[in-house]
Write a protein that binds this ligand. Structure first.
Ligand code: FAD
Length: 407
């Protein structure tokens, strides 16, 4: 009998963890497993804000996919997915032949959601991938360097961050750690670099306890960040940004705009191939698309609301990894001829937002954390992920706790 083929698209948190689990859970003769990803390395999206601000090292957040994949069990193809044809059960790639599948796992991650705001897609920068994060770092450092040759009475550099959610706040925390170093390097006074966060809602870090959000605000304001709450970005152009708030309209020019106002699932799957609701594909409790018994969708592309809940789970790495575990288990059941799949019922541990290298806030198993303790817990979470992916060696090599000195 022909072995069933499993095709996994995307080697981020969801896709790579699914592949690693399956290679351990299925025997060699049980299924053909193929993993496709744009690059031959995996990067930790949760640390991209460090790359964008220039505080993190690329080698720390990236790892070669071949280091965690057993090539006897999983065939890895470095290529870009260009089309999914679900009726023909085929996926088209940029450079390789189309691939046929019996079971598909869509784990293609996110793209920025612009909510139709004019100019965001064209003129704002967004932390959407490793390469985009590196571009942001280069752009910002170049702008600071240019201040050194401009008249000291000229325009300051104004960096406007759109969105005070998780990503925006973590990025700002790193940025205000980094700006003094760039200023010292190019002999520019710190006052000539302004960091402004614009948020449509009434406060930062929605979903966090008010006391933790207030702590985060104080921490960032003390390092020079100005917050404009209840203020919307109306448009962005090559010169700057137009705002609208309770105090009327406002223009900031010149300005460099970094958009962190929201994400949606990768357009290639969400909307183009499969029907999406608010940019993500609704899935059933076993993480398959309704009416599509052979298609699993996980991570930022998927939208799942557990019974009794009002909202879907947020797009986080924590959810993507837990979904990968359920998805791999369900694929194992299907490959072995089972019919009863497991529902996705995660036990969430909490959330931690960093505010730079030495400060953070979080709620972990009912405990409110602030300062270095929050950062320590974040590093433990990160090490645990690396351990699940590649064992103790990878955790020691790549995590900040491990320090990287392993032969
Ligand atoms: P990803 O991890 O983004 O992986 C998608 C993969 O698909 C990538 O490897 C990509 O290269 C590949 N891909 C995309 N398109 C194609 C294509 N056409 N062909 C082939 N391959 C393709 N979550 C948390 O839980 N905690 C945090 O602290 C946290 N911090 C964050 C900080 C930042 C700056 C950002 C941006 C996000 C953060 N998140 C955090 C959210 C988290 O990173 C995402 O929810 C998580 O990465 C989703 O996993 P995924 O597998 O769906 O997608």
């Amino acid at each position: 009998m022909k072995k069933p083929s499993i095709l996994i698209l995307g080697a981020g948190y969801g896709g790579l963890m699914t592949a690693v689990r399956l290679q351990n859970m299925l025997g060699q003769g049980e299924a053909d497993i193929t993993l496709v990803n744009k690059h031959d390395y995996h990067y930790q999206t949760t640390l991209l804000h460090e790359i964008a601000a220039g505080t993190g090292e690329e080698r720390r957040i990236c790892l070669p996919i071949q280091n965690v994949i057993d090539s006897r069990r999983v065939r890895f193809i470095k290529d870009t997915v260009v089309e999914i044809r679900e009726k023909e059960r085929q996926v088209f790639l940029c450079h390789n032949e189309p691939i046929q599948y019996d079971y598909l796992v869509v784990a293609l991650g996110f793209e920025p959601a612009t909510f139709g705001i004019p100019g965001i897609a064209e003129h704002a920068l967004a932390i959407r991938s490793l390469n985009a994060a590196k571009q942001i770092r280069n752009h910002l450092e170049t702008r600071v360097a240019e201040l050194a040759t401009a008249a000291s009475t000229g325009d300051p550099l104004t960096i406007v961050i759109g969105g005070a959610g998780f990503t925006g706040i973590e990025f700002i925390g790193e940025l205000v750690d980094q700006v003094p170093h760039w200023c010292a390097k190019y002999r520019v006074t710190r006052e000539r670099v302004r960091v402004i966060c614009v948020e449509a809602g009434p406060g930062l870090l929605p979903g966090f306890q008010p006391s933790l959000a207030a702590y985060a605000r104080r921490s960032l304001e003390a390092r020079g960040v100005a917050f404009y709450f209840n203020t919307r970005i109306c448009s962005v152009d090559e010169r700057g940004v137009s705002l609208e708030g309770k105090d009327g309209g406002k223009r900031i020019e010149p300005a460099t705009v970094i958009w962190t106002g929201g994400v949606q699932g990768n357009r290639l799957a969400c909307g183009a191939t499969f029907e999406a609701v608010r940019g993500r594909i609704p899935v059933t409790p076993d993480l398959r698309m309704s009416g599509q018994d052979r298609v699993f969708v996980i991570g930022d592309c998927a939208s799942y609301t557990s019974p009794g809940a009002e909202r879907p789970f947020p797009p986080t790495a924590q959810i993507a990894v837990l979904q990968a575990i359920t998805c791999a288990r369900n694929l194992q059941i299907l490959v072995r001829g089972g019919k009863k799949l497991e529902p996705f019922a995660p036990k969430l541990k909490g959330a931690i937002a960093s505010l730079g290298a030495r400060d953070g806030v979080g709620l972990v198993m009912g405990l409110s954390l602030r300062g270095k303790l929050a950062i320590l817990f974040k590093e433990i979470v990160d090490s645990r992920y690396l351990f699940m992916l590649g064992g103790i060696r990878l955790a020691l090599q790549k995590s900040k706790l491990g320090g990287g000195e392993v032969e």
